[in-house]
Design a protein around this ligand. Structure first.
Ligand SMILES: *Cc1c(COP(=O)(O)O)cnc(C)c1O
Length: 376
């Protein structure tokens, strides 16, 4: 291939530039503004469909900022224990440490590659006072929400849902991001829709959203002069950038459908190989943000060799996100698993993320598939 086939890159449509132009014409280039307000209203309408509770979104400059504010809203402070997904991107966990809290990593189960409810229960036995649970839906696959919500309620812990990779994914008819007390979305360049960089926090009550906005705008008190009684942050989304988000949101379902087509093509092509696609629950609807597979244990093919072969042929592939408990920066933090050989170490050792870019043509995907097949 002449052009490298990427994992996942932005796909623009045209409406985005229209909303940006509107911001320019009105000279509304500052943070916050009408595009932010509209993006929030449009996201509220989208995200709340199918649920009884109403969530209120707030535009921020990154998903990581949203995670940080969610940790603060949950009342997590210095020394508190937060039980965290282990198989995720580091941004899920970093904000826990910004507040001086202590992450404890929870192993995954094999049916969704997400937080294992049994391991979570085991962690609560060890840490009954854990303040919050930080749950990520890996690669756009919904976690076992019924079990996880029940455990959080039983132990009186606040559930924060990192849906950065899972916008438009559903569990039993409800959108990911609307199960916890707080939900987090990301519009980073590689996500299912993008604003080039940005995020949102979803709050189940308007007062919490108001508090998040206060912190995100430098914690300015209502005085004629700059009066500060708390530490603040500059986490606002620009009105220009929000215009990209409004245009992208119009195409979210189309992006999801294309991501699913890609997954299904891989699934069919690899039906006879000793591999398994990233799994999901029958009553959930992933957004198929990234297609992945693991090579079966009995098979001697090294997934890292497959990645090398793909790379030599100008195809981007990646290992599965390296588990947090294996990261040098988190050395010394506890990790809870119900198995002698942690599930996440196995998935990491045996897995690959495949090109899942929605601009990839069928021919290009065939090309990727044939290289992979040649490795077996
Ligand atoms: C991308 C991502 C984030 C961070 O979002 P940013 O908008 O890049 O700050 C957080 N958690 C997960 C699981 C992600 O994939």
């Amino acid at each position: 291939m002449e052009n490298r086939i990427p994992l996942s890159t932005p796909t623009m449509h045209g409406e985005e530039i229209g909303f940006i132009n509107e911001a320019f014409e009105k000279n509304w280039i500052a943070p916050l503004g009408f595009n932010c307000d509209s993006f929030e209203a449009e996201m509220d309408a989208y995200i709340n469909a199918g649920g009884e509770k109403k969530y209120h979104s707030l535009c921020l400059n990154a998903g990581t900022a949203a995670l940080h504010l969610a940790v603060k809203l949950a009342g997590v402070s210095r020394g508190d224990i937060v039980l965290c997904s282990d198989m995720t991107f580091a941004a899920t966990v970093n904000p826990v440490t910004y507040e001086g809290a202590v992450p404890v990593f929870i192993d995954s189960e094999r049916e969704t590659w997400n937080m294992d409810p049994a391991a979570l229960e085991k962690a609560f036995e060890k840490y009954p006072d854990a303040k919050a649970v930080m749950l990520a839906h890996l690669y756009g696959t919904p976690s076992k929400m019924d079990e996880i919500i029940a455990i959080c309620e039983k132990h009186n812990a606040v559930l924060i849902e990192d849906a950065a990779e899972a916008l438009s994914a559903e569990y039993k008819g409800k959108k990911c991001g609307t199960f916890g007390k707080y939900g987090v979305l990301s519009f980073n360049g590689n996500k299912i829709i993008t604003t080039s960089g940005g995020g949102m926090i979803l709050c189940d009550d308007p007062e919490a959203r108001k508090k998040a906005l206060f912190w995100a705008t430098q914690a300015r008190e209502n005085f004629p002069w700059y009066q500060h009684e708390e530490i603040g942050y500059n986490y606002r989304m620009s009105n220009v950038v929000a215009g990209i988000g409004r245009g992208q949101l119009l195409h979210l379902e189309e992006h999801r459908a294309k991501k699913e087509e890609i997954y299904r093509r891989y699934e069919r092509a690899f039906a006879d190989l000793p591999v398994k696609m990233n799994p999901y629950l029958a009553d959930s609807k992933p957004n198929f943000w990234l297609s992945c597979f693991t090579v079966d244990c009995e098979c001697s093919v090294d997934p890292f060799k497959i990645m090398d072969k793909l790379s030599e042929n100008n195809v981007e592939a990646r290992p599965i996100w390296k588990p947090m408990h294996m990261q040098p920066v988190f050395e010394g933090y506890d990790f809870v698993s119900t198995e002698e050989n942690p599930v996440n170490e196995e998935i990491f050792a045996r897995g690959i993320c495949l090109p899942s870019d929605i601009k990839m043509t069928e021919e290009e995907q065939e090309y990727v598939i044939n290289i992979i097949k040649s490795c077996f």
